[in-house]
Structures are given as structure tokens and as C-alpha cells.
Design a protein around this ligand. Structure first.
Ligand SMILES: [Zn+2]
Ligand SMILES: [Zn+2]
Length: 67
């Protein structure tokens, strides 16, 4: 399982643990209803881990477990 951080608002943006530790801790998406809120720690489900690797972009879904 991979730990990631994601916005639970409308943008669904996500960052890796590495990015989070470098200081990307809040949503900065212009049109997000939770802009400025802290990202939520998530444990990616196996499907999302595969999807993230394939697309080279962080992928999360409602099945990913909040920590
Ligand atoms: Zn957001
Ligand atoms: Zn998932």
C-alpha cells in the first residue's frame, strides 16, 4: 500500500508523501470548494497504485482508505 495525500474537495488533487514532506500540504486548486484546506492522508487501494504507475499521475478513488 502506498501512502498519499489528497484533497477531499471537488478537485481531488493528490500529492505523494515525498511532495507532502517538501511542504505541499494544502489544496491550491483555483476552483476547488476546499481550497486552502489541508490534504487528507490516504492509503491507496491496489487499483489506484497500478493506475498511478500507468498514468504517471497520482490516482485515488473512494475505495482508497483514509488514515
Ligand atoms: Zn482541492
Ligand atoms: Zn483507490
Amino acid at each position: 500500500m502506498a501512502k498519499v495525500y489528497t484533497c477531499i474537495g471537488s478537485c481531488h488533487a493528490g500529492v505523494s508523501l515525498e511532495q507532502y514532506e517538501k511542504g505541499v500540504k494544502k489544496c491550491g486548486a483555483k476552483n476547488c470548494d476546499l481550497r486552502g484546506h489541508d490534504f487528507q492522508a490516504l492509503e491507496q487501494c491496489p487499483d489506484c497504485i497500478v493506475a498511478s504507475l500507468k498514468k504517471n499521475k497520482l490516482h485515488t478513488c473512494p475505495q482508497c482508505r483514509p488514515l
